[in-house]
Design a protein around this ligand. Structure first.
Ligand SMILES: [Ca+2]
Ligand SMILES: [Ca+2]
Length: 358
């Protein structure tokens, strides 16, 4: 695998072959059995068992980062109720903290030599954004569950009956039967995969309520926003917020990927797409508050999950930040200026969002 031009963000829904039959997965799950991600010889190691140690490294703002943020809590949030406890909510409202940003001019884009020219990251230009407030965290499963319960909303993945899951998260038998897009064979179209069941029928959100919601389309994200009194960020707002007050840097924290050997984001280590060593503490998604925030107090803007933006790009919509599947050998779009896109009804296990308001 060479180059960094691949659509690691996942193919659009229209690239799909018909997904495998539901029967296939039912057989794999067995009576009462869950389809759980499992390691296999020919695929990445299974996901989502965070190191206890890795969690300890989080959430300490850089002392030397620009002190631009004003963190706004929610209005006197109620104590967590029984429903919250069931969803692993640590304290009410913790995952909906907003950061108020003053706006202004910033240098957007990059002229990085290793950027894909087709992505249109450059030229670097001065862009102005108005003041706005943005989520410190990507929308969590717990938060999306509140929305789904309150509204009965059915997501695109649920409506279509399938979504894209990284092959390595599936049992070997499911991988063998799954349909895979020709250009990105590490993706499997999995029946029943949706935000509630990230690896398909039998999987659930246990231990992942504080992870970013995935398998949500651009349309789903907008439906959430309408309910929450928010909207998706424009691409300009996203990049301004993601840069955290730093100018002309490759990452939200500076130019080095792992300063002093410290991981700052959830991407892929090892050989993509065969094996993810998980040296950064996570295979698959991480909790939305993993790692240090940027200078504005935003967590995981790069890595973890791609984030939908409002901005259109050739009939598709912009996504930013890269995901746990990004690796320098194939897709270096975890750089803060990097951009990609997908069609508004597309979903995958590495695409989520955060919201803004003005
Ligand atoms: Ca990782
Ligand atoms: Ca992200």
């Amino acid at each position: 695998m060479t180059g960094n031009h691949g659509p690691c963000c996942g193919p659009g829904r229209d690239a799909a072959q018909p997904p495998p039959s539901l029967i296939a997965l039912t057989e794999i799950a067995g009576p009462g059995g869950g389809v759980r991600p499992g390691p296999a010889d020919d695929a990445p190691v299974a996901q989502a068992v965070p190191d206890a140690d890795a969690r300890g490294a989080q959430a300490v703002p850089d002392a030397d980062a620009p002190a631009a943020q004003a963190v706004s809590g929610t209005d006197a949030p109620p104590a967590p109720g029984a429903g919250d406890a069931a969803r692993g909510v640590r304290r009410a409202g913790w995952d909906r903290v907003r950061v108020e940003l003053p706006g202004g001019r910033f240098l957007m884009g990059s002229e990085d030599a290793d950027a894909n020219p087709g992505d249109g990251e450059g030229p670097v230009r001065s862009v102005r954004v108005r003041a706005f407030a943005i989520d410190a965290y990507a929308v969590t499963n717990a938060r999306f569950a509140e929305f789904a319960e309150a509204t009965g909303y059915v997501t695109d993945a649920e409506r279509f009956g399938w979504s894209y899951v990284l092959a390595g998260f599936l049992p070997a038998a499911a991988r063998r039967t799954a349909s895979r897009p020709a250009g990105t064979p590490w993706w499997c179209g999995v029946p029943g995969a949706c935000w509630r069941a990230p690896e398909g029928a039998g999987s659930d959100l246990a231990g992942r309520w504080d992870h970013p919601v995935v398998h949500v389309s651009w349309r789903d994200a907008n439906a959430f926003c309408a309910w929450a009194g928010a909207r998706l960020p424009t691409e300009e707002e996203w990049e301004y917020a993601a840069r955290g007050g730093l100018e002309g840097r490759r990452y939200p924290w500076g130019d080095e990927l792992t300063p002093a050997g410290e991981h700052r984001c959830n991407i892929w280590q090892g050989r993509f797409p065969v094996r993810d060593d998980g040296e950064d503490g996570y295979r698959g998604t991480a909790p939305v508050d993993a790692y240090r925030p940027n200078g504005f107090g935003l967590f995981n803007v790069v890595g973890n999950v791609w984030e939908w933006c409002a901005t259109a790009w050739d009939g598709a919509r912009v996504i930013r930040g890269g995901s746990y599947m990004c690796h320098d050998s194939y897709c270096n779009r975890y750089r803060v200026a990097a951009r990609s896109r997908n069609t508004p009804d597309s979903t995958a296990g590495n695409m989520g969002f955060r919201t803004v308001s003005q």
